[in-house]
Design a protein around this ligand. Sequence first.
Ligand SMILES: [Zn+2]
Ligand SMILES: [Zn+2]
Length: 554
Amino acid sequence: MRAVQHDMAAVGVALRAGLALSLVAALASCAAAASHTKPSADALPASAVARIDPPTSALRIVNARLIDGTGAPARTTSVRIVGDRIAAVGDVPPLPGDEVLDAHGLVLAPGFIDTHSHADSDLLEMPEALAAVSQGITTVVGGQDGDSPFPLADFFAKLDAAPAAVNLAAYSGHGTLRDHVLGKDYKRTATPAEIADMSRLLESDLEAGALGLSTGLEYDPGIYSSRDEVLALAKVAGRHGGRYISHVRSEDRHFWEAIDEILTIGREAKLPVQISHVKLAMRSWWGQAPRLLAMLDAARKQGIDVTADIYPYLYWHSGLTVLFPARNFDDLAESRRVLAEIAPADGLLLGHYLPNPAYANRTVADIAKERGEPPEVTLLALIHDAEALRAQGKTDVEDVIGTSMVEGDLEKLLAWPHTNLCTDGQLDGSHPRGFGTYPRVLGRYVRERGVLSLEEAVRRMTSLAADHVGIERRGRVEPGAFADLVLFDPATVIDRATTTDPHALSVGIERVWVNGKPVFVNGAVTGLRRGRVLRRPAAAPADHAGAVSGAGPR
Ligand SMILES: [Zn+2]
Ligand SMILES: [Zn+2]
């Protein structure tokens, strides 16, 4: 499924490209143009370059329809990239040695910043990150839903040593901290001493560059935490200049209390709070997006910096147990309510299912029919068998895609000015969002349904996303910013991934650059891996920039 091509030289890629790329001149040096840009340490061992500026390639992209990420109207212009930075925007004259790429009027935008991604640990095994780069993503933000690599310092060091094609930033996950402190005895509230221990672990992650604290309060072990526990940890994040991002405690039955909880945390811990993958995922709440947005707007008026991210699908992806917040898997009446209120049996599609692999890619309705039993009985039985394997120490036992949302709510939540886009996806997951999110928004919600203008949609994917998670110098096309860019065709861009073909590549994403280097060209990855770890600016090592591939201010 992955069209990975290793070891392909950038020039070779360029020659294969359908877009006209002319190497105007093969002059060796263009150092004059690089005077205000730090030379990139890419491909050069820092110790070897000493104080001699390496020859820095420059690329001018001309005839681009520039959408700069700020929401400003598109304009036809050119952009000059030197090393890893955008050196100039506008109709600057070509300089000797510049490569010139004619964009033929395609849209050039900042690379998309995925503020809720599950790509993090998979990046070590799938560094080309086809799922991400093929939809224009240049930065993924991991450590989501309370689950982060531990400790983050070690994970960051691994990525520094073996970079991926995309940049990565991460939150410190509350569930991960809780696992380390409470261990197997987690089905209870934490003691003050345990909260203090978690705070210390959180502080080390924050010092390593975590963006802040993430929680997954609908999942084990986060679901067993008290509001006070989360508040205490959020205050630690706030004191370090970090943020709070949360898969809230309930996305269905107790949704409104869960929203109250995140707003309380924003108010009392005095830090920006972001609702992960905002949705109304229960029949009784359908149509109540205006009620939710009124609550959030009122909170913002009171000074709470609450924002949200969203993915453009009516179905989520998780495990089966999340459907039962009381974790009572013998409650037949509750099982019936789940199917009536949260997702119908034919809207619960198993991805993989370890206890019986033959159930993969089938719905609970379908399996129930085969077993000759009511679907509410089947649902409980499926969970029981999955739990039995988990009790034996098995992990990643099952996954399920559940259809719980409606279009009207999705469009209203998407249109809220403080909502940015995310995938909530994996690099090889069974939900199509992992491959399709951004082209789907640009094709379906911008071009076809007109929910957002193109400029506004791009803003939600870039500068707003960067601002919501605290990433600097990315998400805007302006001189001095890092050259993370995507070139796409607004007339054709669309997702192709579906639940039956979740890894199908999108259409219309023509070319993607990360830190000035092409990572995706003409439907294939280039093999270049110039992604960086983006540490929270205050936590960035002061004079350590060379060790992280020339990363300066972020
Ligand atoms: Zn989540
Ligand atoms: Zn998630």
